[in-house]
Design a protein around this ligand. Structure first.
Ligand code: CTP
Ligand code: MG
Length: 165
């Protein structure tokens, strides 16, 4: 899951600049996505996720570590899906009238899981079913909110996150 987990914290660390929605409002008068979703965060976050995945592929090939059998495609899909899930969540968050950084329990924690899994399911289902066994899936469901909380508290204290969630 590293290629899916890394993009969000990297986006928080290095994001900023031009928002993806270019500052535009949706038909409901609220921002389409908000200032928390930027091109720099999206592109550098996905790049970081792909980068860590390529390292995993090389390590697996060299040392035969007990890592999942990643492919360039699986790594790309997990990293991209994670941040597309994040963007999709922000779209619906704005429609619900929640401000940037507002709390939306469950969605805030699982957006990256939904986005990454759905993209892999759509493009490379064979990889998903070969590698995402039920126990691994259950572990992902348990670990994700815990990691999310810990990383966001760290990010808040480092002042790269405005809120600790
Ligand atoms: N970020 C970014 N570009 C992205 C995703 C995140 O620049 N595509 C940066 C922003 O600085 C953002 C921070 O990472 O504020 C934390 O991300 P996140 O918690 O997802 O955004 P929020 O500010 O909480 O906004 P939202 O309410 O839309 O989730
Ligand atoms: Mg947020």
């Amino acid at each position: 899951m590293l290629p899916a987990y890394l993009p969000n914290p990297v986006a928080a660390l290095v994001g900023g600049g031009t928002p993806i929605d270019l500052g535009k409002n949706f038909s409901d008068g609220k921002r389409v996505l908000g200032d928390g979703k930027t091109y720099r965060g999206l592109i550098l976050g996905i790049t970081a996720g792909i980068g860590i995945g390529l390292v995993q592929i090389v390590l697996y090939g060299t040392y035969h570590l007990a890592l999942p059998e990643h492919t360039v495609m699986s790594v790309f899909l997990l990293a991209t899906g994670a941040l597309l899930g994040d963007v999709g969540k922000s779209f619906f968050k704005r429609r619900l009238g929640k401000e940037r950084g507002g709390k939306w329990p469950v969605a805030d924690q699982y957006d990256l899981v939904a986005g990454s899994f759905l993209l892999v399911l759509a493009v490379d289902p064979q990889w998903l079913f070969a590698n995402m066994t039920i126990p691994i899936f259950v572990a992902v469901l348990i670990l994700t909110p815990l990691l999310h909380r810990v990383v966001n508290i760290i990010g808040y204290h480092l002042k790269v996150k405005e809120v600790p969630w």
